[in-house]
Write a protein that binds this ligand. Sequence first.
Ligand SMILES: *[C@@H]1O[C@H](CO)[C@@H](O)[C@H](O)[C@H]1NC(C)=O
Ligand SMILES: *[C@@H]1O[C@H](CO)[C@@H](O)[C@H](O)[C@H]1NC(C)=O
Length: 225
Amino acid sequence: MTKQAIFFLSLLHVFLFHCTITCAQAPDITQILDKYGDFKVLIRLLKNTGVADQLNGELAKSNTGYTFFAAPDKAFSELRTGTINKLSDLQKVQFLQFHILATYVTLTNFQTLSNPVPTQAGDTTAGQFPLNVTSSDREVHLSTGVVNATLGTTLYSDNNLAVYQVDKVLLPLDIFSDYKPPEAVEESTPPLAATVDKSGAVTLAMHAMFVLLGIAVNVGAVLGL
Ligand SMILES: *[C@@H]1O[C@H](CO)[C@@H](O)[C@H](O)[C@H]1NC(C)=O
Ligand SMILES: *[C@@H]1O[C@H](CO)[C@@H](O)[C@H](O)[C@H]1NC(C)=O
């Protein structure tokens, strides 16, 4: 063998060896999300709960793949304050697992899913962890019974893992059956104008009477009555 041939073969060898280490490596969910910069809340939750390690481990040995719905920081900021923080550790895990399907779903395959779609959170019966997927006009909608979300861009896809952005945090019924979005609460308090119209005149009249009464008492006190 010539020197060039040996050199070439050893190069090939180095490349193949390198490839068995890195090419076959399963994707890491937090690394995927980290590239985008606006999934900080989700990444922190995935790490703190151990769900990231769990998913990465499953990805490494899975042959049916996984689908992950990723809500950006903006979606988390639209939740009522403390919504996620007040959950127990178990609920946080279930909440995150609700964003994971144990099957690789391509964009065109969403319409083939039958509702309710099972998530990693488990039980799909009413009031538990049902997730409905509907497709219309190239849009995919997700309904949890608490929120309706729309599928956004594909953040990552190989033949084993698909990561899609969603515009809302997916709140499962089991944990959030009495969740009220911040806007809904503002709407339920009566508008200011209505309060004034109904009782403002009376309140003002009463107030004037008390002021007069107060003056009368003070005057009385000064005069020594
Ligand atoms: C999901 O769809 C089923 C039937 O298609 C319906 O009975 C159920 O109420 C829906 N649930 C949610 C959370 O949208
Ligand atoms: C979700 O969509 C359904 C049907 O389109 C609607 O009845 C329901 O009020 C929506 N829920 C929310 C929280 O927007």
